[in-house]
Design a protein around this ligand. Structure first.
Ligand code: SAM
Length: 226
């Protein structure tokens, strides 16, 4: 492993409880969910894909301790927090036996990394909520973190076995150039319908404006009647 190797967040920690809860909740969402487009047997929860993509691309804060220590506000927060952590460590050390008794004393670096990791967890916890699937403010916060860890770019993502297309869909939502492929033509069709074709019509006016207003949708003038 090269000396400059930077650990990604997913290699260290992710907020599993929030990701699991959002993933489980998604099973009961029908309106607007791709699961209603076509049955796919092994569809991955979108919330989990979104979180995993983010955590794979964003560096764990332990990879940039110097940068964090140079941030005056953050450093002051960590310095204020450190004595509490040391006290808790001393108490648990006095009460603990075995491995727990040999836990290392917390340092300023540990505390500052934890504070920053918590900030990234907060972003993930917002990102995985179904209500935030199209919340540009939440998505943009996530994109900014990805850019910071990826040399200012939003890198492309390719899922060579894309199945129901959850990974390229979520990559696209995060603004990453997204690619998918699959051996199964049904999966390819789902991918095209969900990821390739919709962006071509993005921001175009609806062909049946009444459908947006909640009124019943008459067949547009000139269209064949079914
Ligand atoms: C578990 S599914 C993929 C799930 C998907 N990555 C997701 O996260 O939702 C595995 C997919 O791999 C595809 N597959 C299997 N062998 C393949 C191959 N040799 N080339 C391309 N796709 C293949 C299958 O058709 C299936 O859709």
């Amino acid at each position: 492993m090269p000396a400059s190797y930077k650990k990604k967040l997913i290699e260290v920690a992710i907020p599993l409880e929030a990701i699991n809860a959002a993933s489980a909740r998604e099973k009961s969402i029908r309106h607007g969910h791709p699961s209603t487009l076509h049955l796919w047997w092994a569809r991955r929860p979108l919330a989990a894909c979104r979180a995993v993509l983010f955590a794979q691309l964003v560096d764990d804060p332990s990879s940039r301790v110097d940068e964090l220590l140079a941030d005056k506000k953050l450093r002051a927060r960590a310095e204020a927090e450190l004595p509490k952590r040391v006290k808790a460590w001393e108490e648990s050390k006095a009460a603990a036996k075995g491995a727990a008794a040999s836990a290392p004393k917390p340092t300023l670096e540990d505390v500052i990394v934890e504070i920053e990791r918590k900030r990234l967890f907060d972003i993930i916890e917002e990102l995985v909520k179904w209500e935030n699937s199209t919340n540009e403010e939440v998505l943009e916060r996530a994109r900014a973190e990805i850019r910071r860890s990826c040399g200012g770019e939003l890198p492309p993502v390719y899922d060579p076995f894309s199945g129901g297309g959850s990974i390229p869909l979520e990559a696209q939502r995060l603004g990453l150039p997204a690619y998918g492929s699959d051996l199964n033509p049904v999966a390819v069709m789902i991918g095209k319908a969900m990821i390739e074709i919709p962006p071509k019509f993005k921001d175009m006016p609806p062909s049946t404006p009444a459908s947006r207003s909640g009124r019943s949708t008459a067949t547009p003038k000139g269209w064949p009647r079914m």
